[in-house]
Design a protein around this ligand. Structure first.
Ligand code: 5AD
Ligand code: SF4
Length: 443
């Protein structure tokens, strides 16, 4: 196989994969390769995979099949991400055309692996080396108005349904200075909004430049002081790591956007215990009360699993009840998927697929209603919108409100502008806005 000159990275799953995908692309460009628009013509295709549920994990195999071209050729194929980490040995057996298998902590070694594959070998690397990949990656560049920045990786919580502690390893916080430097590079490259990422981002901990131990709130306050950064977000969080300091930051850090993704998974204390969540429905609600006390307009988002082993109808109803108590602005909900190697996969009382379908439908109907109600309640508000991309209609731009709603506007403003908008109409998945004042800032 010849040395690839063009590449395409396709990321699935969570935002951490989107971040890793962007960093892989930067790495390959620094090696002199060029990004191809899609996988159809690229010499190298990187599938950056997700292992969280069975459906996501199985997708990689059908995607690999589709990479074969009409003339019988195929690109060099690299499987990256969490499926690579979890199924390194199985992948070449099930999909012999895969040339490279690279885990989420080893992708800084991709150039050498590509070299080995071009010489006809197969390269597999799922190490979780002590030295981090971050130091070996090229500096951030070429940025849209919004950017992700991974500050924390891994998880020590071991929820009984979840593969993350196995695929992403133990909780690790990136050092303060590395994060601040990367944020500065992103801002220099055009980012006005940075979303701090981690599997348990609010467990981030590190020493600031004076040696003082700081939590995520300290880091957010430091980034808030960086000139040119208009908005800060973070995701995803565990209720047990919602510290007093972080809650307080929601009240007084102006650039910290009023949006909190705080998964609860279930409203039943029996199920939460079986999930090893180490919080109760009541303690979760108490956290939200405190956050809302300092930031009343905050948009709350969550994750839910229906049909965890042993979940009864009454226990499922408790989930509907907590949803009713919270009023979510946005949410993700899933049918429980047994994952190999996790404790829940071997538990008694696996729930029937049809029951899960029916519960998911009822939950999603309620969540959709709440999302619509949230959007409707913002109609009439004057707010800022960071324009991210062009819409389908001529002159239309799409951006995000502070509450992470998609906002459609028309008028004289450019991508990257932070504009003032009156929200005028609401749909289930977006709102319509009227441009009040384009606030052109040099990018
Ligand atoms: N089955 C279904 N959903 C899951 N999640 C994690 N593991 C599973 C699983 N085995 C969901 C949780 C988590 C989100 C990222 O994915 O809700 O918060
Ligand atoms: Fe998975 Fe639980 Fe860790 Fe989230 S906190 S990554 S759900 S084990």
């Amino acid at each position: 196989m010849k040395d690839p000159r063009t590449f395409h990275v396709k990321s699935f799953g969570c935002q951490m994969n989107v971040y890793d995908g962007a960093r892989m692309a930067e790495l390959l460009e620094a090696e002199g390769m060029t990004a191809a628009g899609d996988g159809a013509s690229a010499d190298l295709v990187v599938l950056n995979t997700c292992h969280i549920r069975e459906k996501a994990a199985e997708k990689v195999y059908s995607d690999i099949g589709r990479l074969r071209r009409d003339d019988g050729t195929r690109p060099m194929i690299a499987v990256a991400g969490c499926v690579a980490q979890a199924e390194a040995a199985e992948i070449p057996r099930r999909a012999p055309s895969v040339d490279i298998v690279v885990g989420p902590q080893a992708y800084h070694r991709l150039p050498a692996m590509i070299g080995a594959a071009a010489r006809g070998g197969r390269a597999i690397d799922t190490d979780m080396p002590a030295e981090t990949k971050f130091g070996a990656l090229p500096a951030r560049r070429r940025q849209g108005p919004t950017a992700f920045l991974t500050v924390q990786e891994g998880c020590d919580k071991f929820c009984t349904y979840c593969v993350v502690p196995y695929t992403r390893g133990a909780e690790i916080s990136r050092p303060w200075a590395a994060i601040v430097d990367e944020a500065k590079a992103l801002i220099d490259a055009g980012a006005k909004e940075i979303t701090l990422l981690g599997q348990n981002v609010n467990a981030w901990e590190g020493e600031d430049e004076t040696g003082r131990v700081q939590g995520l709130d300290g880091l957010i306050r430091a980034l808030d002081r960086l000139p040119g950064l208009a908005r800060i977000r973070y995701t995803t969080s565990h209720p047990n790591d919602m510290t007093d300091g972080l809650i307080a930051a929601h009240g007084d850090v102006e650039t910290l956007m009023p949006y909190l993704h705080l998964p609860v998974q279930s409203g039943s204390d029996r199920v939460l215990k079986a999930m090893n969540r180490s919080h109760s429905a009541a303690s979760y609600l108490a956290i939200l009360d405190r956050v809302r006390a300092v930031r009343p307009d905050i948009a709350i988002s969550g994750d839910f699993i229906v049909g965890f082993p042993g979940e009864t109808e009454v226990e499922f109803t408790a989930t509907l009840e907590i949803v009713s108590a919270v009023n979510y602005a946005h949410a993700y909900s899933f049918k429980y998927s047994p994952r190999p190697g996790t404790p829940a996969a071997g538990m008694d009382g696996q729930v029937d697929a049809a029951v899960m379908d029916e519960r998911l439908q009822r939950l999603q109907a309620l969540l959709t209603e709440q999302q619509m109600a949230f959007n409707r309640a913002t109609v009439g508000r004057r707010t800022t919108v960071l324009l991210e991309r062009n819409g389908k209609k001529p002159g239309q731009k799409i951006g995000k409100s502070p509450w992470l709603q998609s906002v459609h506007v028309e008028g004289d403003a450019a991508i990257g502008d932070l504009v003032t908008v009156d929200i005028a109409s609401a749909g289930p998945n977006s709102v319509g806005g009227i441009l009040v004042s384009p606030e052109r800032k040099a990018a």
